[in-house]
Design a binder for this molecule. Structure first.
Ligand code: ZN
Length: 91
């Protein structure tokens, strides 16, 4: 008995893509899975939008983990310059 919504061979549905998007972004999937998801993203706008969003989040997290926060001295220097600029403009 054929299920009317049976998946075609090689078809990747949205739920699988969304479940595996982080593994995909982290490069933890096998080449065959990467290819299937890449193919799906090329054809599915909602999944691509989610991919772009997750990718952006990943990038922010990665930077926050790798880069040290701006040194206090640098922040003070920037704040001083901004304050000086405002004062001079107001004179
Ligand atoms: Zn999709």
């Amino acid at each position: 008995m054929n299920h009317p919504h049976a998946h075609h061979q090689g078809h990747t549905d949205c739920s699988e893509v969304l479940h595996r998007i982080y593994e995909y972004l982290d490069g933890e999937l096998e080449a065959a899975d990467v290819a299937r998801i890449a193919t799906h993203l090329a054809e599915c706008q909602p999944c691509l939008a989610q991919h772009d969003l997750d990718s952006a989040v990943r990038e922010v997290v990665r930077r926050a983990c790798v880069e040290p926060p701006a040194p206090v001295a640098l922040r003070l220097s920037i704040m001083t310059q901004i304050t000086t600029f405002r004062v001079e403009r107001d004179l």
